[in-house]
Write a protein that binds this ligand. Structure first.
Ligand code: IMP
Ligand code: MG
Length: 174
C-alpha cells in the first residue's frame, strides 16, 4: 500500500494556475494560442489553465510513451497519438505535468518545431530541475520540486490517483 502526503493543496494549485495564466496573457497579449496537452498527465492542468487564460485558445492533445527505464537515457520516445491539427504559423504552448529528465519535452519540441509554428513555449505544472539529463528551457513553471515521486491532479502511479484534486508525495509502505 501507498500513503499519500499532500505536497500542494487545491488552493495552492489554483493560485499557481492563475499566476501561470497571467504570464501567458502578458506574453501573448491579444494573440491566439494553441495549447498542446501531453496525455494523460496534463489533462487536469490544461483544463484549469484553459479556463483561466483570457485569450483566444485552441486545445489539442498528443500522446507519447518512453521506452522503459533502461533506454530512457537514449532519449527514445515513441509517438502514440499525434495532434489533430496543423500548427504551422501558430503560437504553441506545450503543456506537461512533470518535467523530469527532459527527454520527453525535448523530443516533442524538436518534433513540433519541424512543423514551423510561429513560436513554441513549454509549460509544466512541476519541474524536477535536479533530474535533468538534457538541456531544455521551461518557460512557464508551476512549482519546482525535489526528486519526489508525486501523484494526483492528473499524475499517476501505475494509472492510479489521477483524480486526486491535490498533488501528493507517494510514500511506499510494506
Ligand atoms: P521525462 O521525459 O524524464 O522528463 O519524463 C517526464 C514524464 O515522466 C512525465 O510526463 C511523467 O509522466 C513521468 N514522471 C516523472 N516524474 C514523475 C512522478 O513523480 N510521478 C509520476 N510520473 C512522473
Ligand atoms: Mg507524462
Amino acid at each position: 500500500m501507498e500513503k499519500i502526503d499532500i505536497l500542494y493543496t487545491q488552493e495552492q494549485i489554483k493560485d499557481c494556475v492563475k499566476r501561470v495564466a497571467r504570464q501567458i496573457e502578458k506574453d501573448f497579449d491579444g494573440e491566439e494560442i494553441v495549447f498542446v496537452g501531453i496525455l494523460k498527465g496534463a489533462f487536469m492542468f490544461i483544463s484549469d489553465l484553459a479556463r483561466e487564460v483570457n485569450l483566444s485558445t485552441k486545445i489539442d492533445f498528443i500522446s507519447v510513451s518512453s521506452y522503459g527505464e533502461k533506454t530512457t537515457s537514449s532519449g527514445v520516445v515513441k509517438l502514440i497519438k499525434d495532434l489533430d491539427d496543423d500548427i504551422a504559423g501558430k503560437n504553441v504552448i506545450i503543456v506537461e505535468d512533470i518535467v523530469d529528465t527532459g527527454l520527453t519535452l525535448k523530443y516533442l519540441k524538436d518534433l513540433l518545431e519541424q512543423r514551423k509554428p510561429k513560436i513554441i513555449k513549454l509549460c509544466t505544472l512541476l519541474d524536477k530541475v535536479s533530474r535533468r539529463q538534457v538541456s531544455i528551457q521551461t518557460d512557464y513553471v508551476g512549482f519546482e520540486i525535489n526528486d519526489y515521486f508525486v501523484v494526483g491532479y492528473g499524475i499517476d502511479y501505475a494509472q492510479k490517483y489521477r483524480g486526486l484534486p491535490y498533488v501528493g508525495h507517494v510514500i511506499l509502505e510494506e
